[in-house]
Design a protein around this ligand. Structure first.
Ligand SMILES: [Zn+2]
Ligand SMILES: [Zn+2]
Length: 356
């Protein structure tokens, strides 16, 4: 392979990039010189970007081109064999880190971090968020940042970044390096990251624990020590649950708390996934606070089918007993409140659910 200079490397790239002229070789047979395994807790797309940068390639767009994908596509398990050949990671860890996004048959199921994920919107695979401080310290992007409701870094206790402070564009997986925006801006250890709310930090720690018990943060699994004194009821509800079960509950509570209406009122329908996620978590946590204090709660179930469906899924056979019990108790509250309403009448089978 004949190296050629990368004349259009964006400014701000920390070291000179050299592009490999791969037009002369079979991409299926390529093996790049800088090879590594997937780090514990590392996201699959983050691994591919890290290895592309290490090897002087033009980030994920170049890899996607060789893989026969468009630059807007997302890498997933079908790409594991080729990434393994090119960069050296074993296929099993790539499967874990990349996730299986394709759905087959009527019931879509997604695999991520080795577990089933019930809804595609539980995952945020297209609008990457990052903690620049973590990337500087550990040199990789964490898989937990790909969960849509993860809005904070549990270690640094700051909000994740989703846009470039220089060009203000959304952070992209097609950026040239882990800490380099497409405009050339290099993220530094900046004070730009906002302090995150306690519930965001606790939620992020819970997800970290679910996707990577021995996470890159070197923190004990679960909550950071300083957060133990003030564990929110939402976090307590989530603690025993599987990742999928807990995500179902968080979305169900956020929806029951009127998150949808609030978002519409505040005009956050625009592309602001981080703000929307923060709002949903905040409202789910406030509702859980009230339920824990045994205060009467007014559930806004304007879209009851969504809430009931989420809860019913959580309580289905794939959930563990703790998921089932919690989902049924909330489902019970929803059904009690709506017992006389028209939607309950239209769904007579729901009234016959055995609730404890
Ligand atoms: Zn961090
Ligand atoms: Zn930028």
């Amino acid at each position: 392979m004949k190296p050629i200079e990368n004349g259009d490397a964006p400014g701000g790239v920390p070291r000179k990039q050299v592009l490999l002229d791969t037009s002369l070789v079979d991409v299926n047979e390529m093996q790049f010189p800088f090879r590594d395994s997937v780090m514990p807790g590392e996201s699959g797309q983050g691994y591919a970007l890290r290895m592309a940068e290490e090897n002087g390639l033009r980030g994920l767009p170049q890899l996607k081109k060789w893989l026969g994908k468009s630059r807007f596509s997302v890498l997933d398990t079908v790409d594991a064999p080729m990434l393994s050949r090119w960069f050296g990671a074993d296929e099993r860890s790539l499967w874990f880190a990349l996730g299986q996004l394709a759905s087959g048959g009527g019931n879509a199921e997604y695999l991520y971090a080795g577990q089933q994920i019930g809804r595609s919107y539980f995952l945020n695979r297209s609008y990457p968020r990052l903690c620049p401080a973590c990337i500087q310290e550990h040199g990789c992007c964490l898989i937990a940042w790909d969960i849509s409701l993860v809005t904070a870094c549990a270690k640094h206790q700051t909000t994740l970044t989703e846009k470039c402070p220089h060009c203000l564009r959304a952070t992209s997986w097609n950026r040239p390096g882990l800490l380099v925006c497409s405009c050339g801006f290099g993220w530094q250890m900046t004070a730009l990251q906002e302090k995150a709310a306690a519930v965001e930090i606790q939620f992020a720690a819970w997800v970290n624990d679910r996707v990577c018990p021995t996470s890159m943060t070197d923190e004990p699994a679960g909550l950071p020590a300083e957060a133990h004194d003030n564990i929110s009821p939402l976090t307590r509800l989530l603690q025993p649950l599987s990742l999928d079960g807990g995500l179902h509950i968080a979305y169900a509570l956020g929806t029951a708390a009127g998150y949808d209406e609030q978002i519409q009122r505040e005009g956050l329908r625009q592309r602001a996934p981080l703000n929307k996620a923060r709002q949903l978590l905040k409202m789910a946590a406030a509702l859980a606070d009230k339920m824990a204090r045994l205060e009467p709660v007014r559930l806004r179930v304007q879209h009851p089918s969504v809430v009931v469906q989420l809860l019913a899924e959580s309580a289905s056979a794939q959930a563990d007993p703790a998921d089932r019990s919690l989902a049924y108790s909330i489902l019970s509250a929803v059904l009690r409140q709506k017992a006389k309403s028209t939607w309950a009448g239209r769904n007579p089978q729901l009234s016959q659910l055995v609730l404890f």
